[in-house]
Design a binder for this molecule. Structure first.
Ligand SMILES: [Zn+2]
Length: 259
């Protein structure tokens, strides 16, 4: 929807922020995102972006809503779990009730090397809402190849983790920080719900800031780990690896069909 014809009352308090104002809201109203995963992070990021007034979200997830999701996946109801509704569909249904002006596209799909590039059609950036590091290696390859900004964002028990990767021409990519992908990832550990909100809030804030302020030229980025239970923040600078196979040599091995 054109910015001049939207309901300004809805965004009044957001536009009073000196770092948003009317010009920032105009930028937000044109933003289009792929959300890679509609679990805990996907739900929270999608809700923040929908309420902020972006133009379009493409939600992609292969799973259905389960009872064990309800503790931390904000868009889902007991009804969704009872009916085993696909997460992308349940999220779209809820988001359309929150803000009818945002276009929501739901895809019930397993994302892999064969289809991830087609999912980028018409989007400005990718929201990291996966729960596997190996899927993030795929996302890293495609983001570097197509120069798409993204922010590595994770929840590890009660700890929120984030690393902006918005300038990989000059700064690091995910493989500069984690050269090897893990062979066996355990996905059945505990997750503290408020850590999801912290990660999602940081990802959405930094992503929208990237588009409002323009690309930041940097040779390093900062990996942050906030333990919400112990109230403890660690920040580690991540330098660009001059031998990185992905962002330096542009060898996108996770986009090859066998990976
Ligand atoms: Zn790299």
């Amino acid at each position: 929807m054109d910015f001049e014809s939207i309901d300004k009352n809805r965004y009044e308090r957001q536009m009073k922020l000196p770092f948003i104002e009317k010009d920032g809201q105009k930028v937000i109203s044109k933003l289009r995102f792929l959300i890679f995963g509609a679990g805990a992070l996907g739900c929270s990021c999608a809700e923040y972006l929908t309420r902020a007034g972006v133009q379009f979200l493409r939600l992609v997830d292969k799973d259905v809503v389960e009872w064990s999701n309800l503790q931390r996946q904000h868009l889902f109801s007991e009804e969704d779990a009872k009916n085993a509704t696909p997460k992308a569909i349940a999220a779209k249904n809820r988001l359309e009730k929150i803000n009818r002006h945002v276009q929501i596209e739901a895809k019930v799909l397993f994302v892999d090397a064969s289809n991830i590039e087609s999912l980028l059609d018409g989007v400005d950036a990718v929201i990291d809402a996966t729960d596997r590091l190996q899927e993030r290696f795929l996302l890293n390859d495609v983001a570097v190849k197509h120069k798409l900004p993204w922010i590595y964002t994770a929840i590890q028990r009660g700890t929120s983790v984030w690393l902006p990767l918005t300038s990989t021409d000059t700064g690091p990519c995910l493989r500069c920080a984690f050269p090897e992908k893990p062979e066996n990832e355990a996905l059945n550990g505990g997750i503290w719900g408020p850590a999801v909100s912290m990660s999602a809030g940081m990802q959405v804030s930094q992503m929208i800031r990237f588009f409002i302020d323009g690309q930041i030229k940097t040779k390093s980025s900062v990996l942050s780990r906030m333990d919400l239970w112990d109230n403890h923040l660690i920040q580690i600078p991540i330098e660009k690896d001059p031998h990185c196979p992905c962002c330096v040599h542009r060898n996108f091995e996770f986009l090859e069909p066998s990976k």
